[in-house]
Every structure is written in C-alpha cells, then in structure tokens.
Design a protein around this ligand. Structure first.
Ligand SMILES: Nc1ncnc2c1ncn2[C@@H]1O[C@H](COP(=O)(O)OP(=O)(O)OP(=O)(O)O)[C@@H](O)[C@H]1O
Ligand SMILES: [Mg+2]
Length: 467
C-alpha cells in the first residue's frame, strides 16, 4: 500500500522544509508548494490525502487553496497553519471546512497528532462514500437492500417464482422484510400492472374479516346498508397478499381453503358464486407447522399455501447487510444536504448487535440516531446500552438481565427502575413498529397499562419528537 500523501504549503522556506521533514520521517509521501498559487497548480494535477497550508501567503492565500479543495469531488482533508494575528482567518478557514488548525511555531508532536486525526477522518469519509456507491448498486432489486449470500438467494428465488402463478408462502421473523418480498414477487410477475391487494389478517377484528375478504350483500347483517366488494374481488386479475396468515381465525380458514381450491366464493349474505383469477401470496412470522401440530391452523390449508416457501432470514444471519442498511437508512432519514455519518466504533457495535426486531428495529434505531446526532456524526456513546455492549453477549432470549452497578454515593431506586422500564418499553415498541397492541403483548401487560406508562415516562416516537 502506498503511503498517504500530504501537500505542505508555506511561503517561508524554513517552516516549509521543517514540516515536510517531520512528516517524511513519519512515513508520509510529502510534496511542497511555495505559495497558494503553486499549490493550486499542483492540486490540478494530483490529489492528496491531506493538504497542510499556511494562511497568509503572497499571490493566493490558504483560504483560496481551501476553496479550490471544496470545489473538487475529492475528500482531501485540509489543515491550516496560522501565525499570530491571523486567528480570525483560521476561524474563517474552519467555517469553510478546514479540518483543524495549528498555530506557529508548529511543534512536531502536535503536527503528527493532527495529521493522524485528519487521516482518520479522511478514511471515514472515503468509507462512507464507498458504502454509498455499493448501496446504489445493491438497491437494484426493488429497493430491497442486501448483498449477503442469504438475501441474494431470496432475490434469486423471487425472480424464479415471480413469473409462475403459484401460491407463495413467505415466512420469517417480524421485521425481516416479508412485505417487501411480497411486493417484489408481484412486481416481477405477469400481473405487475394489475392490483396488489394486501390484507392484514391480524389487524382486522375477526368479526369484520370475513366481509373484508369476501364482501357482503346489502342487508346481510344489521350494518350492511349497501353491497360491499371484498378484497378478493378487488384483487381479481392481480395478487392478493394475505399478511399474518397465522392469525386467521379457524372459521375463515375453511372459507379460504375453498377459494384457494376453486377460485370461487360468495359474498356474505349472498348466494351468487363469484369466480376470480388471483395469485395468492401469504406471509407469517408464526411457525405454521407448529400451529398445525397444535391444531390452531388447518393442515390442508397449510399445504395449499406452502406451494413455494420463501424463508426470509433474520438480520443476524446476514450481518454483511447491516453496513449497507445503515447507509440506506441514514440517507433516508437525513434532512438537508448533509448526510449523517456513523463512526467506526459505532458501526462495529451496530453490526455486532443481534437485532431481534430485525430490519425494522434497525430502521427505527437509525431514525432516532439521525435526529439525536443533530446532523453530524453518530458515535458509540450515542447508542443505547444494549447495542453499545454488543459483541460478546447475545441479547436475544435467555432472559439475561444486566444489573447496573450501584454507584459509590448511592442512587434512588425508583430512578434506576424507571430508566430500566423506559428502555424496555422503547425496545418493545421499536420491535413492533410502535403498534401498541403488539408491544403490550410482548411485555405481557394490557394495552391501557402500556399507554399509561408511556405517558408517565414521556415516551414518544422519535419522528414525532422531531416534528
Ligand atoms: N432489505 C431491506 N432493505 C430496505 N428496507 C428493508 C429491508 N428489509 C426490511 N426493510 C424495511 O424494514 C421494515 C420492516 O419490513 P417489513 O414490513 O417488510 O417486515 P415484515 O417481515 O413484514 O415484518 P412483520 O412480520 O412485523 O410484518 C419496513 O420499513 C421495510 O421497508
Ligand atoms: Mg409484515
């Protein structure tokens, strides 16, 4: 690997040679320029990792050099050197994007430290740039980010099965991207210009689900004032997406089985048989085979659905995707021109963490971090304890709770308990996409208790805080 390159610009020969000598003996490849004008000529020919420049010089000043660097697409880092009386100019230089400044006379150890820091920043900038480029390539597949072999395998399968009209069953933990995959199957198939009609079987109360799916005739029940077209009819010639199929009540499982077998049904309260041409995609985070064994899900329906199974792997099984997803969400949530970045240590922790709530948990976390970072850099200290400490310890399952150590001077117990409670509630909400019903289920409490606690703890979604 070639050594990093530095351009030293100063109009005083002794200072210039002195700095060049120190940096050369530190192992850098050093060039010199006698003033701003010469520096700008050199910079037009070649790029440097760092430019170290004096501010006041004849012909063109250090600020001019800085302006030229700003116009270049490169991520060269600029450090300025100032004499007494030019502090004002140094401030101006920092405003223009200089990385740091040194005051004359420059001591050799100071110089080495600043250059070291500058190079770190430079490699961070470069890494972010590479990640962003990779991201653009990885986004090729329907804006679903992923380069890991595990997710690539899913993409291949999607492409293969999309054009066939067979029923697809997508399984995977909550937040893994099942809905995105369902869309991709539809969008790559023959029906892509026809409707894609989603039904969330878990979100619609059981007593409404039947008429939601099949529609009803006027007068079918008390509130059926007019005839209503169901989702199956809406999806005719297109795709119906039965999300959270594992939560479908048993009575409806029978009716669904018939639709799958005959592509025919009647509206609620109606006698006319309606024939439809649909493709069925179903998804679930429930282990359906287990549900079949326990008698909660019909076996015949399971086989009808499980024609082409697609398993979306949990995020912890495709950690190679995490850096790309981080970049993707940073770009998604950053406002204004400047994209928030994540430093190395923070990135390492984010990759090491288990992500029990999968991509959704990562997405919510990045949204919060972007807001908290005030548009600059996310460091490891900005991460919540459970992620910061990731690496050795598995955070999913096992029920291991880390007890904070009691400070020397003592601490009010309720404060610790409150903080703990708040952290756990936020985790539950993040993992369930802030659907309070589900979060309450995870925490084994009822919904109203959860809402009370959220109020008391002033827990609001990051997005709402920002607004
Ligand atoms: N590979 C990915 N690239 C970009 N965004 C993703 C990816 N996977 C998931 N997401 C995002 O993560 C969130 C959760 O994804 P999705 O709703 O598809 O998950 P799910 O598996 O259906 O979860 P659940 O079982 O809880 O319904 C969405 O905002 C989605 O856009
Ligand atoms: Mg889903």
């Amino acid at each position: 690997m070639p050594s990093e390159s530095i351009l030293v610009v100063d109009d005083t020969p002794e200072i210039r040679e002195n700095m060049a000598e120190i940096l050369s003996s530190d192992g850098f490849s050093v060039d010199v320029a006698r003033d701003g004008e010469e520096a700008i000529e050199i910079l037009a020919q070649r790029h440097y990792d760092v430019v170290l420049t004096d501010l006041s010089m004849p012909r063109r000043s250090g600020l001019d050099v800085l302006r030229v660097l700003n116009e270049q697409e490169e991520d060269t880092v600029c450090v300025v050197v100032t004499g007494f009386g030019t502090i004002q100019a140094a401030v101006e230089a920092m405003r223009l994007g200089a990385f740091d400044f040194l005051t004359k006379p420059v001591k050799s150890d100071e110089l080495s430290v600043v250059i070291e820091k500058a190079l770190e920043t430079r490699s961070l900038r470069r890494e972010n740039k590479t990640l962003r480029q990779e991201l653009r390539k990885a986004l090729g597949f329907d804006r679903i980010v992923g380069k890991s072999p595990a997710i690539q395998e899913v993409f291949h399968l999607v492409e293969k099965v999309a054009s066939a009209d067979s029923t697809v069953l997508i399984t995977g933990e909550s937040g893994t991207g099942k809905e995105l995959i369902a869309h991709a199957v539809h969008d790559h198939g023959k029906r892509k210009d026809r409707p894609f009609v989603p039904v969330n079987c878990a979100a619609i109360p059981a007593e409404l689900l039947e008429s939601e799916l099949f529609g009803h005739e006027k007068g079918a029940f008390t509130h059926a004032i007019r005839t209503r077209i169901g989702r199956f009819e809406l999806a005719d010639k297109g795709t119906i997406f039965l999300d959270e199929i594992g939560d479908m009540p048993p009575v409806l499982q029978v009716k669904l089985l018939r639709v799958l077998q005959e592509r025919a049904f009647e509206r609620v309260g109606g006698s006319k048989t309606i024939h439809i041409d649909i493709r069925v995609i179903a998804a679930t985070n429930v282990d359906l085979e287990e549900a079949v064994r326990q008698g909660r899900f019909r076996e015949d329906l399971f086989y009808r659905l499980n024609v082409i199974p697609i398993r979306v792997p949990p995020l912890r099984e495709r950690k190679a995707d995490i850096p790309l997803l981080i970049e993707h969400f940073l770009a998604k949530f950053s406002r204004g021109g400047r994209t928030v970045t994540v430093d190395d240590a923070a990135r390492r922790s984010l990759v090491a963490y288990d992500w029990p709530g999968n991509v959704r948990e990562l997405e919510n976390m990045m949204e919060r971090l972007v807001i908290l970072s005030n548009g600059s850099v996310v460091t490891r200290e900005d991460l919540p304890e459970r992620i910061r400490g990731a690496g050795g310890r598995s955070s999913s399952g096992g029920g291991v709770i880390e007890i904070p150590s009691l400070p020397e001077e003592g601490i009010p117990l309720h404060e610790v308990v409150n903080e703990f409670e708040k952290a756990i509630i936020i985790q539950a909400l993040d993992r369930t996409n802030w659907i309070k019903n589900r979060a309450a289920k995870l925490l084994q409490m009822n919904r109203t208790t959860l809402i009370e606690k959220m109020k008391k703890q002033q827990i609001i979604k990051a997005q709402e805080t920002a607004a």
